[in-house]
Design a protein around this ligand. Sequence first.
Ligand SMILES: [Zn+2]
Length: 80
Amino acid sequence: MGVEKVKPTLGLETPTYRCPKCGAEIRWACSGNSGYAYCANSPTATRIMEKHKLHEIEFCDWTGKTRRRQDGKVEIYYSP
Ligand SMILES: [Zn+2]
């Protein structure tokens, strides 16, 4: 018995990346063969958070790029 799992196309097999600047989790998106990545502490990421919490957050402006490999996994490239 056992249910065969469908191979995930996004995220599930991708290790968690950490921001090289502040160590926070990296959020990323990859549609098609390439995409972008940004720090979870970026203003973009925190825009969805409650406003009264914003002053407690240190922003981080790190961004990077993502690229999908042949095997479907996503790699994150750090900007210099
Ligand atoms: Zn960061």
